[in-house]
Design a protein around this ligand. Sequence first.
Ligand code: AMP
Length: 267
Amino acid sequence: MRDLRASFRAMPEQLHSLRMRSSCGREHISGAERLLDFAQLEEEMSSMLQRALGHPRGRAERICLTLEPVKAATVRRESLLSLSTFQVENWQQGRRLAGDLLKKLGLERVLVEAAVAQLSAGPAAQGGVMRGAMLIDALTGQRCESDRSRGVRVSRMDVDPGARQSIQCLLAGQGFDDPQRIVEAWTLASKVALCPQVIAELCWSDDPDYLTGYIASAQNGYQRISQLKKAGSRIGGRIFFIRPGTNLSALTDFLQRDPILFHAPGT
Ligand code: AMP
């Protein structure tokens, strides 16, 4: 009886959505989002601050940390997408492959090329990177975000604390040298893929030293591509290709607000 009560008490009733956003002037520098137990907050806040202060995109002038309570009972549990990696020789080959993977998901090549051109040129309202993702109508190619500098920022997702170690070991075992970065993108992509209104996501980083990007979809999983942009480029971003007629406020609400913890694929 005593054991049962002890394990019940050990389950937190509340989690915490922790988000960081940093900028220099009008330029977005970095961001991060986690869904954590109270005990993890101090360490993670300090690691977010370090990230903001020492980012390859430059030193932040403004750092905003937001902490909000999330009732544990409202948290959905889901499986991460399956993961695969394609090695390519250069970013041009990577972009062609991304186009092929999106074509297989039913997206027209011309529409994808126009979307990629917008992303490469700097998709924010004043040029440069956005803080969140672009939403592109998969039929018309029109952009649907209400704020072209902010876009939609996906948050309130993380890997289940009980699964984190095994997921990071799984990635380290496959020779990935930066498992933490992959876990963050993989978690984000897995949440986006839960939306039936999103056909696919395309992403490459705004970090000038990180060339890997991905295509993600519920249908084909999280497909990393070793090079998707030119070395040294500070322009990166995300595009969510959405079905025509999507209810934008329901989609944005889900992406920004619904809390989800992920376990390893197939577990
Ligand atoms: P990163 O993968 O962190 O290098 O981010 C690349 C780009 O993706 C950023 O410049 C943003 O435009 C976008 N982005 C980053 N985090 C998010 C997020 N949580 N939700 C939506 N878009 C994001």
